[in-house]
Design a protein around this ligand. Sequence first.
Ligand SMILES: [Zn+2]
Ligand SMILES: [Zn+2]
Length: 153
Amino acid sequence: MLDLPALGRCQCGACAYRIEAPPFVAYTCHCTECRKLTASAFLTCMQVPAEGVVVIAGTPVERERTADSGNRLTTWFCAACGSTLYAENSARPRVRTVHVGTLERAEDVEVTAHIWLKRKLPWVEIPATHRQFAEAGDWTRDYARDPGRYRAS
Ligand SMILES: [Zn+2]
Ligand SMILES: [Zn+2]
C-alpha cells in the first residue's frame, strides 16, 4: 500500500515530485517502446489523477510523440540525467502515468497487471495471479471511483 503523499525523483535528484492522490491502477508494460524508453525489459507505471502529481523540484522537460493508436504521448523527464518521471496520453488528459521506478518507495506499489505481453522478453516470468493482456490493458474497473477520468473529457 502506497502511503500518501509519496515522493519520487530522477536519478540525479534535480527533479522531484510528490503524489497526493491514490493510484487507479499499477501495471507493467512489456511493449517495445517502453523497452527503449527505459533501456530495460519493461516499464512499470501507475495511473493517478493529473492534479495528484505535483513537481516540487526542478523543471521536467517534455517530449511528445504519436503512438500507433494515433494518441499523443507526452513524457516528462529530467534534462540533467535523462530519467523519465511521468507521462500523459492525449486520450486521458486528466491522468498521469507515473513511472514507478522513480518513487522513493516503489516497493509499496501493488503491481498486479501486465500489458503488451505479446512483446514480452522470453525470460520474464509473469505470476499466474496477475491480470494479463496481450496488448493494451482495460482499466475500466480500476476507475470505478471516477469513471469519467478514464475517458478523454
Ligand atoms: Zn535528474
Ligand atoms: Zn509500453
